[in-house]
Design a protein around this ligand. Structure first.
Ligand code: HMG
Ligand code: MG
Length: 314
């Protein structure tokens, strides 16, 4: 996969926006969105030009009932012309065998910077998780499946409170060495601030190249976009976001939605960055997400765009 590598002192003007709404967004919904509706939303996101869409999650359906149709969702994209842009979360070997059955070309593994969140989220200690990931990485390497990795609770933990940036750096560096092509650092409960973000990126980029770092900011306290801007200014060029601002982690109490894709893309485009995303198609996908969820979604740019469209037509 081309992840637009450029020397660290000349970061490119291209920013990869990694869409997590169909997975991180919908995993938190009580309402079960019908499989055909999820597929329509994922198709809309791909049509908008999102370079990567995390479509579902091969976790245990008892843990995440909203994504119990993961196998059907992933299988739909097996022969799709944009199959290489579709990915899914995998927690263990069982999840990987489901992804392989669905012919997934890319997966994402995940673990936490803190022991307690890791245990609550995937029922394993961090050491047990590394051991469980070894056969997952080995099997992916054999089959040519790309692996992305998340590190959760880097900015703060719902159980342990503040987190030393070194904890995130250590997990990120280990997962990269195990074979991940990129590590996405998660502010799972959305408590970070830009100064802290800079300190975390400094710590992590001492261990791994900036081009291998993505930011995954939840917007609980309204600072996700500011944190991404801090990362952007330091040279990070991949950000995770969720259509409409959907999202949260059911095993991180208090976590709200991800940074909204529309808010991120609006800022990037206004600043002159390229994303390859078509704004009108993106807004159509946001409107579709609202319709499926049956409520207005938190994205400010989505709401502003809808308001300006209705002003024009009145
Ligand atoms: P466990 O109960 O410890 O699993 O759950 P186990 O290995 O003991 O197996 C128990 C049973 O589950 C067995 O079945 C397994 O086959 C089955 P039985 O023999 O009893 O019939 N099993 C599975 N079935 C389907 N798919 C699987 C699977 N694995 C085992 N993959 C497990 C361990 C990891 C499965 C569970 O803890 C789990 O599903 N956790 C997922 C939690 C989750 O999805 N959290 C949200 C995503 S993470 C997130 O949102 C953060 C992120 O966005 C970044 C950020 O914001 O920071 C990524
Ligand atoms: Mg998340």
């Amino acid at each position: 996969m081309d992840i637009k590598q450029t020397p660290q002192d000349h970061p490119s003007d291209f920013v990869r926006v990694y869409e997590v709404g169909p997975r991180d967004g919908l995993q938190n919904e009580e309402l079960f969105i019908r499989t055909e509706d999820k597929l329509e939303l994922i198709e809309a996101l791909l049509s908008a030009g999102l370079p990567m869409v995390e479509a579902t999650s091969f976790v245990h359906p008892r843990w995440i009932p909203a994504l119990a149709d993961a196998d059907q969702i992933a299988q739909h994209f097996a022969q799709h012309p944009l199959a290489e842009r579709v990915t899914a979360l995998v927690p263990n070997e069982r999840g990987l065998s489901r992804a392989i059955e669905a012919q997934s070309l890319e997966i994402a593994v995940f673990m936490s910077a803190t022991e307690t969140h890791n245990k609550r989220n995937i029922n394993k200690t961090r050491d047990e998780t590394y051991r469980a990931f070894e056969p997952v990485f080995a099997s992916c390497e054999d089959r040519g499946v790309r692996v992305r990795a998340y590190v959760s609770a880097v900015w703060g933990c719902p159980y342990e409170g503040s987190v030393d940036p070194k904890a995130g750096a250590e997990v990120a560096s280990r997962l990269l060495k195990m074979g991940a092509y990129e590590v996405s650092l998660g502010d799972t409960i959305g408590v970070g601030n830009p100064r802290q973000t800079k300190a975390i990126i400094e710590e992590v980029s001492a261990e791994i190249p900036l081009q291998r770092i993505a930011l995954h900011m939840h917007d609980t306290w309204g600072r996700a976009l500011a944190n991404c801007l801090a990362g952007l200014e330091m040279g990070v060029r991949c950000f995770d976001s969720s259509i409409g601002g959907l999202g949260g982690c059911p095993y991180a109490p208090g976590a709200s939605g991800n940074l909204a894709t529309e808010d991120l893309v609006a800022m990037l485009h206004e600043m002159g960055y390229e994303t390859g995303i078509d704004w009108d198609h993106l807004i159509s996908a946001g409107r579709l997400a609202q319709r499926l969820l049956g409520r207005p979604l938190p994205s400010r740019a989505l709401q502003a765009s809808i308001a300006s469209l209705s002003n024009k037509s009145s």
